[in-house]
Design a protein around this ligand. Structure first.
Ligand SMILES: *Cc1c(COP(=O)(O)O)cnc(C)c1O
Length: 363
């Protein structure tokens, strides 16, 4: 039993901005005097339509999305995009270049293999366990790839791209599930961006896809209509019943982000939060160590280790006693991971950094 809300470092679903939750609570039973909850409105009626359009407008504004690109809302999470991307955009001979920087990228590659012939342009597991992202001159890009796929932030490994690969005329596709909206972004560099909402943007249940409109024309038609990007775009994501409540909650999160000053201000805070943790690690004299190469250290999911798995277990338990939860690293890699997405306040990370110093003193 906890009277207070925890400092929640869960990797996803993850902490949401309190004002976005409070707005939902306040509006829950009777949305804007409409006589019913937003949950009870038709997905084709005027009340939900306004929420849908407002969510698109806020995303367009916050990410400066140019008229060359369109926003889609889809279901099935980022994992479904692993399959839908090659299903829609593969050619008969090529199912995309894949830059494999972690578990999620590997899963995306595996799905492309089910439907076609992808090419591995780089795989960081060859030099260990994905402790960095590649440099441009390490990439083995094909001439005839329909797209190049990256995972912009590797949620499990704690690595992140800060500069994106130059793919010349080949469209760059990014899985931004764990770092969309962490800073201002130049959308024109991307053919497709997709992101499950449940890390940096809202609850689980909805996936945002931002697609360059000319790519819609190139998508294949030898797949069921419900899976075609072009049909979803033509229907403004309303080809069937959309999960209306997740879209509504994303809207609330975007309203919060705008009120806080938008991506430029949130980037300043995110960099401050990450610096608090990495400084605590680097100044611990080796008590804590980060396995990730300095240039690739994630601003969203810093990971670090203690001397033994037993100490890590003890650290996680004592942090939980102090109200800080969700710090266990992914089961495939162990260690500690502090997921510090946009909604994590600076004060929450300050509390963790202080705890790290105190824990070391007591150990
Ligand atoms: C969490 C995550 C996924 C999986 O998302 P689902 O919505 O559960 O399918 C994919 N890619 C990245 C980078 C993630 O962080």
């Amino acid at each position: 039993m906890s009277e207070q809300r925890h400092v929640n470092f869960n990797p996803g679903p993850s902490t949401l901005p309190l004002p976005a939750l409070e707005r939902a609570q306040k509006e829950f039973l009777n949305y804007e005097g409409s006589g019913m909850s937003i949950l009870e409105h038709s997905h084709r009626g005027p009340v939900y339509t306004a929420v849908h359009e407002q969510t698109i407008a806020l995303l367009t504004e916050l990410l400066s999305i140019p008229p060359t690109h369109q926003i889609l809302f889809m279901q099935g999470g980022a994992s479904s995009q692993f399959a839908l991307l090659p299903m829609n955009l593969r050619t008969d001979s090529h199912a995309g270049d894949y830059i494999v920087t972690g578990t999620w990228a590997k899963k995306a590659l595996a799905e492309a293999k089910v439907v076609g012939t992808p090419h591995v342009a780089w795989d960081g597991a060859a030099d260990g366990t994905w402790t960095r992202v590649p440099k441009q001159d390490e990439l083995d890009l094909s001439q005839n790839a329909p797209y190049v796929h990256i995972t912009s932030n590797n949620t499990i490994m704690g690595t992140q791209f800060f500069d994106f690969p130059d793919t010349a005329n080949v469209p760059l596709v990014a899985d931004m599930s764990s770092d969309i909206l962490w800073r201002p972004l130049d959308i024109s560099k991307f053919g497709i961006i997709y992101a499950g909402a449940q890390k940096n943007m809202g609850p689980s249940g909805i996936t945002v896809v931002i697609i360059r409109k000319d790519l819609l024309e190139q998508t294949r038609t030898d797949l069921p209509k419900i899976f075609r990007y072009r049909e979803i775009a033509a229907a403004n994501s309303l080809q069937n019943t959309i999960p209306t409540f997740p879209v509504y909650l994303v809207r609330n999160v975007l309203m919060w982000l705008k009120d806080e000053g938008g991506p430029a201000e949130i980037e300043r805070r995110n960099r401050k939060k990450a610096a608090l943790i990495y400084t605590a690690v680097d100044e611990s004299g080796g008590f804590y160590r980060c396995p990730v190469e300095a240039r690739s250290r994630s601003v969203m999911n810093p990971v670090f280790r203690l001397a033994t798995p037993e100490m890590e277990k003890d650290f996680i338990a004592k942090a939980a006693d102090a109200g800080m939860v969700g710090l266990k690293g992914h089961r495939s890699v162990g260690g500690i991971r502090a997921s510090i997405y946009n909604a994590m306040p600076v004060a929450g990370v300050e509390q963790l950094a202080t705890f790290m110093a105190d824990y070391q003193k007591r150990a």
